[in-house]
Ligand binder design. Structure first.
Ligand SMILES: Cc1cc2nc3c(=O)[nH]c(=O)nc-3n(C[C@H](O)[C@H](O)[C@H](O)COP(=O)(O)OP(=O)(O)OC[C@H]3O[C@@H](n4cnc5c(N)ncnc54)[C@H](O)[C@@H]3O)c2cc1C
Length: 439
């Protein structure tokens, strides 16, 4: 019998397996796909090179991730946030360029700043490790971000700015987002305003984020098994038995489950407490798609534009992933329209939007790539979403273990993200090793 079976070779599972193997444990990673990395993926586009189809950027507060990157000998550099030029806004009624919300009046900007100060004040009362201990936890959780903004008397333009922010981050809309969930995220990472770009997205891995996963995977060698779809987990007194789609069973002393919330709901789990199963099954993701559009040059910079845009159109944002390659996110609110359109129409609408933002040169990319993560069977999402009531519904068991069943992966941190995957992967490995050591 092996010591630990790790389920899923995303950053969460890979990090856990790396730490376990480093400590001398006998470990196997069971991964459904024919590649490692999960929601981080490097794809080679002809005439372009490797582009990132999944997670890309991190921030200085993402300490576990930064430490791992350093251990792997990869480079950290500034992200698009430091690119020259100003931000672009694609609104239903026109395109604006300017970092300082040029479509808002001074009074509206002042109102937004007032609301953000109130938000930061409230966030300071939330313990990100234990939001449930807040005296008004249930009320804050059942209140949506949208309802709270309206209760603050936020002006219509401030509400619109928040709608745009959700579209651009591909989160669920403010009315479908728990206020407590948002306060918890802010309390964990801090910074200016509602979502401090520099703190969340100011850095990237020089070699591309997929290199992190690939480097760990290559270190794991034959301990990583691809094409191994987990269908059943049975926790028994003598250990854990994992059954694969092929019918093969793998027995281990312990299991680290690093599967995203959606695919995990399709795995039959026996031997866990009812409360934990309920908590795991209560998690959900915002569903999104990503589009990568590669050009011959960063021509937007000649127009004084940074390549960062927020829009109210089919895609909610654009940003330069590296040089002349733009990344776009299609938010949950637009995903149905995106999926319903024939492929040719989708790319036409996207190029129309890009040319409205950046001019006619945007109509002739070198290559385009679409990745509909929201309907990918082994992701069924994008990042964890906390709908009103969800922080309470998932409850205090969030991110905790029930030995010999341990959890890892970005769903088990406050905000999804690569930091969450690495942080919880390391935590799960530590917990499993701690339980295995003699007292
Ligand atoms: C388009 C996009 C953009 C993003 N942008 C950013 C960003 O800029 N910055 C950031 O920090 N984060 C970003 N994220 C989020 C970040 O990529 C993820 O939170 C993180 O990579 C998740 O890692 P994980 O290990 O928790 O899960 P995953 O990477 O989803 O790994 C889970 C693994 O489990 C496997 N699996 C699923 N079902 C089974 C099964 N039944 N049996 C066996 N294996 C199974 C999957 O194939 C996968 O490899 C983005 C995500 C997406 C999709």
């Amino acid at each position: 019998m092996i010591d630990v079976a790790v389920l899923g070779a995303g950053l969460g599972g890979l990090t856990a397996a790396r730490d376990l193997a480093g400590a001398g444990a006998d470990v196997v990673v069971l991964e459904a796909r024919e590649r490692a990395g999960g929601r981080v993926e490097g794809v080679v586009l002809p005439d372009v090179g490797t582009v990132q189809a999944g997670g890309e950027v991190i921030g200085p507060a993402h300490e576990a991730y930064l430490e791992l990157v350093q251990e792997l000998g990869l480079a950290i550099e500034r992200s698009y946030v430091s690119d020259p030029g100003e931000m672009t806004w694609g609104l239903a009624d026109g395109v604006y360029v300017g970092d300082d919300l040029p479509w808002m009046s001074d009074a509206e900007r002042a109102d937004l700043a007032r609301v953000h100060r109130e938000f930061a004040k409230l966030a300071a009362t939330v313990d990100p490790e234990d939001p449930w201990s807040h005296p008004d936890a249930r009320l804050l959780d059942e209140t949506s971000l949208g309802a709270w903004l309206r209760a603050q008397g936020a002006l219509p333009a401030a509400l619109r700015r928040h709608d745009l922010s959700s579209l651009s981050l591909s989160c669920d809309a403010p009315d479908r987002t728990s206020l407590l969930g948002e306060l918890r995220k802010h309390a964990a990472v801090g910074g200016e305003g509602f979502y401090d770009l520099d703190r969340w997205e100011g850095l990237r891995v020089g070699e591309g984020s997929a290199a992190v996963a690939l480097r760990i995977a290559s270190g794991l060698g034959p301990r990583l098994r691809l094409g191994a779809v987990v269908r059943r987990i049975a926790i028994q007194p003598q250990g854990v038995r994992v059954t694969l789609e092929s019918g093969e069973t793998v027995s281990a002393e312990a299991v680290i489950c690093a599967l995203p919330a959606g695919p995990l709901r399709e795995v039959e789990i026996r031997g866990l407490s009812e409360a934990r199963l309920r908590s795991l099954r209560a998690q959900r993701h915002a569903l999104a798609a990503k589009v990568v559009v590669a050009y011959g040059s960063a021509f937007w910079q000649e127009r004084g534009q940074s390549g960062l845009a927020e829009t109210e159109w089919l895609f909610g944002s654009t940003w330069p992933q590296n040089g002349s390659v733009l990344s776009l996110l299609v938010p949950p609110e637009r995903l149905a329209a995106f999926l319903a359109a024939p492929a040719g129409v989708r790319s036409e609408v996207i190029l129309d939007g890009l040319s409205a933002l950046y001019g006619e040169l945007a109509r002739t990319p070198v290559a385009m790539l679409e990745r509909a993560w929201g309907v990918d069977p082994f992701t069924q999402g994008y990042v964890t979403s906390w709908a009103p009531g969800d922080v309470t519904r998932v409850g205090r068991l969030h991110g905790t273990h029930e030995p010999p069943f341990y959890v890892a992966g970005s769903d088990h941190w406050v905000a999804g993200y690569m930091e969450g995957a690495v942080r919880t992967g390391r935590g799960a490995a530590r917990a499993a090793l701690g339980a295995a050591s003699p007292a």
